[in-house]
Design a protein around this ligand. Structure first.
Ligand code: XLS
Ligand code: CA
Ligand code: CA
Length: 437
């Protein structure tokens, strides 16, 4: 079988002292951390769109990256070679999962019937390659944002005909995700938002998006797809405002449309920072509300205002992310999907390996440090103490909803001025640093 990445062989764990740039220094798949293997904690996934379809295009110029698997004139031949290259890459890297949009793996034809036929052909190949390699599908999704028919959104489009087209596309994408044994299915509202309020009926659009997802939930039941549904927040880009702005607005939306039992969140680091939050904040909010599902691992750039989708290399970010995940029991159906792309100047295939190795090692290191934090109780003991007043009979009564304002007044009149305590932020920041390695 033809190799697409002959210059790289299977990436191995060589430990922190290794100087080999094509080896893991921290990610040791089978090593146990707090009773579970690193592979099971981290559940790494490679995304199809950036890693295999992204060629470095930006608004100022076309792609700069040449890939061997694009070397054919027939679109379907390119699609097949790309998929073989993808599974070679997953295997050499040693990840357990992958993710795709329908249109990443199979190009759209002139008519939906032919488009679906093409998709079926590619899904058949994917199924075979999954079987051959043991790589599994973390989630599938539909691209409802590239084609011009979706210029004004899909589920929130002013035209019901576009809504119906999008639903038809999602129906098929769900079927093929099920066919491939997908652990989940993602809804990212690519253009579900607005460019200007002057032409937008916001209330109606939100109701339509709610209907769209309710219909998807019904269809999921109908076909017996057991994967987890996720909604992915992003505040803006491509639209000026996206309705699924951040974790908190998604949570409100899911509650309003009675969808909270059916969808969890797929949180992307760079989308969190675009919304003015830290990645850690988004994870903590979702976990605290029981809707933390999966993660799109990447990072933005402090000095660039858009979604740069860089590979995660910030150890503090990955440590705090893993700290939240560990405290809330880790992934169930989700995982860490690298929704990240190499820079426009990183034109060699080997750059794809360096990028993923770096992301995996940074998360593995973050996991080790987070486990140390859990074991030492360095932060949690302080937090527990800080709230201990709530463990008193008085505190419990309030928490259980059995207290009134009159009782509060009686307590306050009797006890007078409350004692205040230091938040000890600087000490806690030092404790965190003491754990970094
Ligand atoms: C784009 C999104 C997208 C989703 C899947 O910004 O991150 O790639 O993850 O549609
Ligand atoms: Ca994403
Ligand atoms: Ca992104």
């Amino acid at each position: 079988m033809k190799e697409f990445f002959p210059e790289v062989s299977k990436i191995k764990y060589e430990g922190p002292d290794s100087k080999n740039p094509l080896a893991f220094k921290h990610y040791n798949a089978k090593k146990k951390v707090l009773g579970k293997t690193m592979a099971d904690h981290l559940r790494f996934s490679v995304c199809y769109w950036h890693t295999f379809k992204g060629l470095g295009a930006d608004p100022f110029g076309p792609g700069t990256i040449l890939r061997k698997y694009n070397n054919a004139t027939d679109e379907m031949e390119v699609a097949e070679m790309t998929m073989r290259a993808a599974f070679e890459f997953f295997t050499k890297l040693g990840v357990g999962f992958w993710c795709f949009h329908d249109r990443d793996i199979s190009p759209e034809a002139d008519h939906l019937v032919e488009t679906n036929k093409r998709l079926d052909r590619m899904v058949k190949l994917a199924k075979k390659l999954q079987r051959d390699t043991g790589v599994k599908l973390l989630w599938g999704t539909a691209n409802l944002f590239s084609h011009r028919r979706y210029l004004a959104g899909a589920g929130t489009n002013p035209s019901p005909a576009v809504f119906a087209y999008a639903a038809t596309q999602v129906k098929k994408a769900m079927e093929v995700t099920k066919e491939l044994g997908g652990k989940g299915y993602v809804f990212w509202g690519g253009r579900e938002g607005y460019d200007t309020l002057l032409n937008t009926d916001m209330g109606r659009e939100l109701d339509h998006l709610g209907r769209f997802l309710q219909m998807a939930v019904d269809y999921k039941k109908k076909i017996g797809f057991r994967g987890q549904f996720y909604i992915e927040p992003k505040p803006k880009e491509p639209t000026k405002h996206q309705y699924d702005f951040d974790a908190a607005s998604c949570y409100a939306f899911l509650q309003k449309y009675d969808l909270v039992d059916h969808l969890k969140l797929n949180l992307e680091a760079n989308h969190g920072t675009l919304a003015g939050h830290t990645f850690h904040h988004e994870l903590e909010f979702a976990a605290a509300n029981g809707i933390l599902g999966s993660v799109d691992a990447n990072r933005g750039d402090l000095l660039i205002g858009w979604d740069t989708d860089q590979f995660p290399t910030d150890l503090y970010d990955t440590t705090l992310a893993m700290y939240t995940l560990l405290r809330y029991g880790g992934f169930k159906t989700g995982g860490l999907n690298f929704d990240a792309k190499v820079r426009r100047q990183s034109i060699d295939s080997v750059d794809l390996f360096h990028a993923h190795i770096g992301g995996m090692d940074t998360f593995a290191r973050g996991l080790k440090i987070a486990a140390k934090l859990v074991r030492s109780g360095g932060l949690s003991k302080f937090v527990q103490k800080r709230y201990k007043g709530w463990d008193s009979a008085f505190g419990r009564k309030i928490e259980k909803g059995r207290a009134t304002f009159d009782q509060m007044a009686k307590y306050t009149m009797k006890n007078g001025e409350p004692k205040v305590q230091s938040g000890r932020q600087e000490m806690l920041e030092n404790i965190l640093n003491d754990h970094m390695e």
